[in-house]
Design a protein around this ligand. Sequence first.
Ligand SMILES: Nc1ncnc2c1ncn2[C@@H]1O[C@H](COP(=O)(O)OP(=O)(O)OP(=O)(O)O)[C@@H](O)[C@H]1O
Ligand SMILES: [Mg+2]
Length: 576
Amino acid sequence: MLVGRAAERRQLDGLLRRARAGRSGIVVLRGEPGMGKTALLDYAASRAGSMRVLRAAGAEAEAGIAFGGLYSLLHPVAEHLGALPEGQAEALRAAFEVSGGPVTVTPGRLAVAAGAFSLLTTAAEDRPLLVLVDDVHWLDPASTDALLFAVRRLARDAVAVVFSTGAALPGLGGLPVRDLAGLAEPDAALLVEAVAGIAPVPAVVRWLHAETGGNPLALTEAATALTSEQLTGANRAEVPGAPLEPGEAVRQRFAARLAGLDAPSRVTLLVVAAAGSCPASVVMAAAERLGGGGQTLAAAEDARLVRLGAAGVEFCHPLVRSVAYHQATPSQRRAAHRALAGALTGRDRERAAWHLAAAATGADDAAADELAAAAGAAERKGAPQVAAAAWERASELSGADHARAGRLVRAAEAALRAGDLDRAGRLAATPAASMPAGHRAGLLAVRGRLDFLRGHMASAQAVLGEAAELAGGQDPRLAAELLGESVEACMEAGLYDEAARTRPCACCGGASPLSRTTRPWQAVPDASSMGLWAGCTLAVPTVPASTRTVLSSLPETPESLAACPMRFPRRWPAAA
Ligand SMILES: Nc1ncnc2c1ncn2[C@@H]1O[C@H](COP(=O)(O)OP(=O)(O)OP(=O)(O)O)[C@@H](O)[C@H]1O
Ligand SMILES: [Mg+2]
């Protein structure tokens, strides 16, 4: 399935239409590896209908076989050789023989080229032709010369010609070139969905699009490699992370560009790749620690791997970045992150923490503490998604059980606040039997709140009640809050008797059963929720006077007032 490429399809369709009407046309599709050149040639072939398709492809291994490409392309119409002027036919026959064996004779090049032109036009009189040549840059030079000679001379002939060529090549002698850019973001999302069978969330699409530059091959590989959880869960775009790991096909195609660099240049590129969006001075300081540095970048710039601009160093293509990163060994990558963390110390604590974490193997309390601090900072800045990722990684790196569990709970809570329900659910599902009661309560609370948000009210009521009981010993205020939410789940589920039976248990101590500052709905603002809860709870005859006082002081919004009678008409007496 070809996604996007509307302009290219239109151009190819037009080319075919005109050729059928007896007017030749040509386009050279130019693009980097994996950009979809062959896919567009396939598209043209699929639209050929009654046209005769002649197709060949240049191949690196065959670039030394003179006329090999021309032979592959034209032999299906060799039956028309008899209609050509004798000199041209002979030259072509000789060329085709040469293409089958060692290059000993070079047939008259002009005669071969003229013969190729005559053969195309003669065959086109019989039936319109579609000539497709993939990877022209790998054709043997003799074939390229003859082909270019022939196609430039086509005029009122029923021949459509589509060539493809690599990005690094200049235009082919003035033929019209169409440069293939990456797929647009919405098309990238469609491609990933088609390959993975699951729609990625927008943040993941943004991340993948940025990491691949919309390259369809890289997107295809990523869609195959990423799990459904990765595609639908974490918001990668906001978390400073390592480059996308390229698949084998991307690696093979792009690695060649890095070959030929010396060791100091490679190490510098690795540091640039690991750095993400660090300032250039930090990147170069880190590279120097590892034997690289700014002076080694010239070679990479000359090889058009990186650009040096006002904003610092950037890769010419994001896939070169991912290959530069993943070609290094794991220990080299860790060293690069450690050097970056060192260079960032005192300048940017959060970024330094992420690089320290990337350099860690196994538990690393120093890195975990730094990330926990970064998580706290992210929370204060109102970035719960980043905080969730930082808490989760901090938890993974923590050596002590208690710290690991506590940070896991913080991660789950932050994910819930960020509205990342999948991540929150995954974290809250961590086996908690061996955790201290307070942390178990925290995870249960997240589970219960998730049930609530997902509309599973019966389960929410039970889980939140259980969480309240567990929390009671440690945190009466939280226990009261959870109990209140449990009551609300009852009301939502229509379990009025159950709601009426729920009493602020001893575990709530003297705490108010409602804290207006930590309501879970503040993550999902809904003006009616709080008033609804208050109204309904007030309607439960058994709610004690102290609770009523708190509830009555809640703001009454038009929405909340409207919601209560509508949802529970006459079921409960009006608030006392
Ligand atoms: N527009 C598209 N929609 C869906 N899939 C695409 C699209 N373009 C390319 N692909 C897929 O991406 C992969 C790479 O495409 P393709 O082989 O056509 O690239 P290429 O430019 O010919 O690469 P190379 O330079 O390596 O030959 C293929 O699996 C192809 O099917
Ligand atoms: Mg191709």
